[in-house]
Ligand binder design. Structure first.
Ligand code: SF4
Ligand code: SF4
Ligand code: F3S
Length: 266
């Protein structure tokens, strides 16, 4: 309670804003507590009331006052083709803003598949050359929190860890926090018993679907996807894709759009 709140600058590149939508729905901890008591969200052009030059001036203020002590959260990615013209903020390419704001940051969090891996805008043929944050920013600790979007409690969990321990969480080779991305969806899936018993859904409306059999033959990517959906679940633990009867499309994996994840049956 006596510790000064860590300033955060949250910037947006090419994205759909559903990472923000996910974040504001965290139940444990409540987003309200994260934003109002744990950190100081000084700039977020989606959530803040201010706009235009007054809002942009806050970035400069934070950079000067908290050099080396603030966190940058990035939603979306910078497109590099044609000098970045495909994403303009305040009259200039997002890539310029991103490089500037990251230069004095303590650490950078890449929210979602867009910032971590490129997502749909980077799918072939990637006309704007949308590029993940860690490929354009170097020399700073970067934490990838993939998913399209990431689970709300994973997002606030990463922030909570960083604020509590004053360090970044342990990461895997793809810069993902091991505590949330250390296991496959398949490892904790409640339908795993059906997989092991060879009981599969073979058509969306067959008997196996009604009995909740394994969705592997309907294209479930749980066996190759690292995320916490089968343990933490979504909407405060209410459900998740496999429980809703669809199967995982691997939205937290690099390049899932180009890997035939959608409705690609085995
Ligand atoms: Fe939207 Fe997915 Fe990108 Fe998040 S990762 S901004 S949910 S497209
Ligand atoms: Fe694995 Fe998917 Fe089957 Fe669950 S539904 S056991 S994640 S293949
Ligand atoms: Fe994404 Fe698969 Fe979870 S599609 S939301 S990683 S179950």
């Amino acid at each position: 309670e006596t510790k000064p709140r860590t300033p955060v600058i949250w910037v947006h590149g090419l994205e759909c804003t559903c990472c923000s939508e996910s974040f504001i729905r965290s139940a444990h901890p409540l987003t309200r507590d994260v934003v109002l008591s744990m950190l100081s969200l000084d700039f977020d052009n989606t959530l803040m009331a201010a706009a235009g030059h007054q809002a942009l001036a806050v970035i400069e203020e934070v950079r000067e006052k908290y050099k080396g002590r603030y966190i940058v959260a990035v939603e979306g990615n910078p497109p590099l083709n044609e000098d970045g013209i495909f994403c303009i903020h305040g009259g200039r390419p997002f890539i310029e803003e991103l490089k500037e704001v990251c230069a004095d940051a303590k650490a950078i969090i890449s929210w979602g598949a867009c910032a971590s891996f490129g997502c749909v805008q980077a799918a072939k043929p990637n006309p704007t050359r949308a590029t993940p944050v860690h490929k354009v920013i170097t020399g700073k600790p970067i934490i990838n929190v993939p998913g399209c979007p990431p689970i709300a409690e994973v997002m606030t969990g990463v922030v909570t860890y960083m604020l509590t321990f004053d360090r970044i969480p342990e990461l895997d080779r793809q810069l993902r926090p091991k505590m949330f991305y250390g296991q496959r969806i398949h490892d904790k899936c409640y339908r795993r018993g059906h997989f092991d018993a060879g009981q599969f859904v073979e058509a969306w409306d067959d008997e196996g679907a009604r009995k909740g059999y394994c969705l592997y033959k309907m294209g479930c990517k749980g066996p190759t996807t690292y995320n916490a959906c089968s343990s933490i679940q979504w909407n405060g633990g209410v459900s998740w894709p496999v429980r809703s009867g669809h199967g995982c499309i691997g939205c937290s994996e690099d390049g899932f759009w180009d890997k035939g994840s959608f409705y690609d049956r085995v």
